[in-house]
Design a protein around this ligand. Structure first.
Ligand SMILES: [Zn+2]
Length: 420
């Protein structure tokens, strides 16, 4: 794979780790809406899909649309009264590309409807022999991805042809024979559609509550379920009483999945659910993913993504301090300090460059630690609450909120830190 392709894949992965599924508020109303049916054949290890698009042009003079889609798919038809033709270039870079051409250009905010039917054996997602598992993961492009990175909402109903297979509906916290996933998504599908032979896999649903909090864990390991739900309850306890106190979340479902991490590296946050693929005692990662229920901010293609990742990383550290003590926290801070020494400035850095990850996973959280040390824990927590309350999505806005919450002097100091 070339570098461009790698960075695209990487971009998808990082988008997906923090984007939260939201109910379809505007289906067909003011934005592009996609409604479809996905048929999964376990026997054939294939899918058959029909998608109906209600497309709303976001720019002027749009004469065609392009989608990235798994090159193993075969397009059966693209129908619509304004569709002139379509072509599918399986060898296109960075991904196989389906292009739909219209009979005439669409003006801005002009609507058109068309449907796409396709089928095939996806190159990834079927782990039937080894794990009795099917995963229609957003990264696998089993669904077409707009190459224009625009928002749309969707509603997909999925069915599976093997009676032993059931869907794991992590959003609702149930096993079911059919599933309907709904979301608003920038250019691709962000709800995972997961099906498995749950009986063979020994998948069970473990439910635990404490106070107002309810945690559901899907897993084959009863001990892990207890461990994960106990940890999640402690995590919610801390988050709901600190940075999330004005927007508490009291329900979460966690899929602790059977596919080993080295085969399918997916640990993700889909508010209010987490797909957790690490060893169960890696509760720091669980805290990180849960914190993304709140920290889902900033342009994912630039280091503005620090507004998600650095805050999630620091939330994870706050949890470890609370759960396991100052000593462990201080050790982490020491290591973090050593990593940040020679890094370029966080702001304006290259997200996909050599230091991209270090900037947002080390330098950013270290800057937050420095801020907390400077203004004190209570004021720091109030600042985090204000960041959530104000729906901060840019560093500029963050600095304004900080100044309002503290002082012009603190803002100046912190801004300098981010720029040095
Ligand atoms: Zn993250």
């Amino acid at each position: 794979m070339n570098r461009l392709r790698n960075s695209f894949l990487f971009a998808f992965t990082i988008f997906l780790t923090y984007l939260n599924a939201a109910p379809c508020k505007a289906c067909g109303d003011g934005e592009t809406f996609v409604q479809g049916v996905l048929k999964i054949s376990v026997v054939e290890q294939s899918v058959a899909v029909v998608l109906d698009f209600n497309y709303l042009a976001k720019d002027n003079a749009r004469s065609s649309l392009s989608f990235w889609i798994d090159s193993e798919m075969d397009i059966q038809s693209v129908d619509g009264h304004q569709v002139k033709s379509y072509s599918f270039d399986k060898k296109a870079e960075p991904f196989a590309t389906l292009t739909v051409t219209f009979t005439e250009e669409l003006g801005e905010r002009e609507e058109t409807t068309f449907s796409i039917a396709y089928s095939g054996k996806p190159s990834k997602g079927f782990w039937v022999e080894e794990y009795q598992w099917v995963d229609i993961d957003p990264d696998f492009m089993i669904f077409p991805v707009f190459n224009t990175l625009e928002n749309f909402s969707y509603q997909i109903k999925a069915v599976v042809d093997d009676v032993n297979y059931k869907f794991i509906d992590i959003q609702k916290g149930i096993f079911s024979k059919e599933i309907e996933v709904t979301s608003v998504s920038p250019s691709y599908y962000i709800n995972p559609i997961l099906a498995s032979d749950n009986q063979k896999n020994g998948m069970a649903l473990f439910d635990s509550s404490a106070g107002d909090d309810n945690i559901k864990v899907f897993t084959e390991y009863a001990d892990s379920a207890r461990f994960v739900s106990d940890a999640a309850l402690r995590i919610f306890d801390l988050f709901n009483s600190t940075f999330a106190k004005e927007e508490q979340v009291n329900f979460c479902s966690v899929l602790y999945r059977p596919i080993p991490y080295d085969e399918h590296k997916i640990t993700r946050s889909f508010k209010p659910s987490v797909v957790f693929a690490r060893s169960h005692d890696n509760i720091a990662t669980l805290a990180h993913e849960i914190s993304h229920f709140w920290w889902d901010r900033g342009d994912a293609l630039t280091t503005e993504k620090w507004l998600s990742e650095s805050f999630a990383q620091y939330s994870e550290m706050m949890f470890l301090r609370h759960d396991q003590g100052e000593e462990i926290f201080n050790e982490i801070i020491e290591k973090l300090a050593a990593r940040t020494g020679n890094l370029p400035p966080l702001l304006g850095g290259d997200r996909f460059g050599k230091y991209g990850d270090e900037l947002i996973y080390a330098k950013g959280p270290y800057a937050l630690y420095q801020l907390e040390s400077r203004i004190g824990h209570e004021e720091f927590v109030d600042f985090l609450v204000a960041v959530n309350r104000n729906r901060v999505a840019t560093t500029g806005h963050l600095l304004e909120v900080l100044e309002k919450q503290t002082s012009a002097e603190i803002r100046k100091e912190f801004e300098k830190l981010l720029k040095s």
